[in-house]
Write a protein that binds this ligand. Structure first.
Ligand SMILES: *Cc1c(COP(=O)(O)O)cnc(C)c1O
Length: 405
C-alpha cells in the first residue's frame, strides 16, 4: 500500500518563510509552529531552570546515563503519572527519550514487524507518517469528526483494522484540533482497541493542557482494558521544547506487553537511541515535585484567553469557519472556503500568498492531512494573534469576489 510522502511541518514552514516579501518591511508573525517560547508571555518556571542549574553544577551528571534513563528520573515520572491512574506504575515502566518525538520513533520502531499496520488520526501529526515510512509500517488513516468535537470515528476503526493491525494512535489533548476527549469517548476507544487486540499509542505531550469543559483524562486509566504506550514530554506543559526531555511509558497493569516481548524490544532499542542530556534528566525529580500550581494555572489562563480570542477573530472572517472551539493544546483547525476567493486555488496557495502579502504564516491543512483547512497556533502573544488575524481578514477581503470598502 501507498505511504504518502508527507512534507514535515518544519519543511513547509521553511518554504513559507522563504516566501515572505522582505521589501514590505512588515513584522513577520507566525501562527504556524507550536513553539510558544518565541513569545515572552510563555516562559517556563524558574523552578525548572534552577533544577537544571543545580543538576549541572553538581558535576555529578556529566557522564552517560543508563540507556533506559536515570533511575531517579524514571521513578519521578512513574509517580507523576500514577497520580492520575487507578493503579501504580513502576519506574521500570518508564523509558526516558529525547522529547516526545523520540518516544514516537521508539513506539513505532518496536511495533514494526513485517506487514504491520498502525491506525492514525486524520488530521494528525505528520511525524507519525514520516517515521512509519522509514520503518516500512503501513499507516491507515481514520477520520476525526469536526462536528463531534473531533472525536474518533469508531466505525472507521472497525473498517480499517485487520489481523496485521498492531496499534492505534490517539492524540489527546489534540494537535492539530485542540480536542480534549471525555472519559466516555476514551473508554469507547479503549474497548474498540481491545476488540481488535491492538495497543493504544497515547500521545499525551499536551497532557493537562486542557482549559475547556472536559478535564484531561490519561488513556492509561484504561490500561487494564487495553495495553497503553503513553508518550509525553516536558516540552509543552513546561514550555521547554528545546530541553528534549520526553518519555515512553508502558501503562499495562496486566503485563500483556511483557508477554508479547514488546518490553524486551523496548529495552534493546533504547541502546541505540541516545536519549536526552544526563543533567536534564537529573533535574526532572525536582521539576516534577516543585513546580507550583500557580505556574500551571497561569499558562492555562493565557491559553484559554488566546483560544477564545482566536475563535472570536475567526468569526469575523467570512471565508474561515471554526467547527469546534479548542478545549486544549495549542492549535485549532479552521475550514477554508476557497469558493469565496477569486484567485486562491487551495489551502497551500492561500498560505503562500498570505505569507507574501501580509507576512503572516499559517500552516496549510494538507500538511496534517486535511486539504482546504488551515491550522492556526493560538499559543501566541495576544497582541500578535490579533494583529495576525486582522491581516488575514484584510487578505481575505482583498481576494474575495466582492471586496468590501
Ligand atoms: C510537539 C508534539 C510532539 C513532539 O514533542 P517534543 O517533546 O517536542 O519532541 C509530539 N506529538 C505531538 C502531537 C506534538 O504536538
Amino acid at each position: 500500500m501507498k505511504t504518502e510522502p508527507n512534507l514535515s511541518i518544519k519543511g513547509i514552514l521553511r518554504m513559507l518563510m522563504a516566501n515572505i516579501d522582505d521589501e514590505k518591511n512588515m513584522r513577520v508573525i507566525s501562527l504556524g509552529m507550536g513553539d510558544p517560547t518565541a513569545f515572552s508571555c510563555f516562559t517556563t518556571t524558574s523552578i525548572a531552570e534552577d533544577a537544571v542549574l543545580d543538576a549541572l553544577t553538581s558535576q555529578k551528571f556529566n557522564g552517560y546515563s543508563p540507556t533506559v534513563g536515570l533511575p531517579q528520573t524514571r521513578r519521578a515520572i512513574s509517580e507523576y503519572l500514577s497520580m492520575d491512574l487507578p493503579y501504580k506504575l513502576s519506574p521500570d515502566d518508564v523509558y526516558i527519550t529525547a522529547g516526545c518525538t523520540q518516544a514516537i520513533e521508539l513506539a513505532i520502531s518496536i511495533l514494526a514487524t513485517p506487514n504491520a499496520n498502525i491506525l492514525i488520526p486524520r488530521p494528525g501529526f505528520p511525524i507519525y507518517d514520516i517515521c512509519a515510512a522509514f520503518r516500512n509500517v503501513e499507516m491507515r488513516h481514520f477520520d476525526l469528526l469536526p462536528e463531534k468535537g473531533w472525536e474518533v470515528d469508531l466505525d472507521a476503526i472497525d473498517a480499517l483494522a485487520d489481523e496485521n493491525t498492531v496499534a492505534i494512535v490517539v492524540i489527546n489533548p489534540g494537535n492539530p484540533c485542540g480536542n480534549v476527549y471525555s472519559f466516555q469517548h476514551l473508554k469507547k476507544i479503549a474497548e474498540t482497541a481491545k476488540k481488535h487486540k491492538i495497543v493504544v499509542i497515547a500521545d499525551e505531550v499536551y497532557g493537562h493542557l486542557a482549559f475547556g469543559s472536559n478535564p484531561f483524562v490519561p488513556m492509561g486509566v484504561f490500561g487494564s482494558t487495553v495495553p497503553v504506550l503513553t508518550l509525553g514530554s516536558l516540552s509543552k506543559r513546561w514550555i521547554v521544547p528545546g530541553w528534549r526531555l520526553g518519555w515512553l511509558v508502558t501503562a499495562d497493569p496486566n503485563g500483556i506487553l511483557k508477554n508479547a516481548e514488546i518490553v524486551e524490544r523496548l529495552k534493546k532499542y533504547v541502546d541505540i537511541c541516545g536519549g536526552p542530556a544526563t543533567f536534564i534528566q537529573a533535574a526532572v525529580p525536582q521539576i516534577l515535585k516543585e513546580t507550583s500550581d500557580v505556574f500551571f494555572t497561569r499558562t492555562l489562563g493565557i491559553l484559554k484567553h488566546s483560544a477564545d480570542l482566536c475563535v472570536k477573530k475567526i468569526k469575523d472572517i467570512a471565508c474561515l469557519t471554526c467547527p469546534t472551539k479548542p478545549q486544549g493544546a495549542m492549535t485549532v483547525m479552521v475550514k477554508l472556503n476557497v469558493l469565496m476567493l477569486k484567485d486562491i486555488i487551495d489551502d497551500t496557495d492561500f498560505c503562500f500568498k498570505l505569507a507574501k502579502e501580509e507576512s503572516v504564516i499559517l500552516l496549510p491543512g494538507v500538511t496534517v492531512g486535511l486539504k482546504n483547512w488551515v491550522r492556526i497556533t493560538f499559543a501566541v502573544e495576544p497582541s500578535s494573534l490579533v494583529e495576525a488575524l486582522e491581516r488575514v481578514k484584510t487578505f481575505c477581503h482583498t481576494h474575495s469576489y466582492e471586496p468590501k470598502g
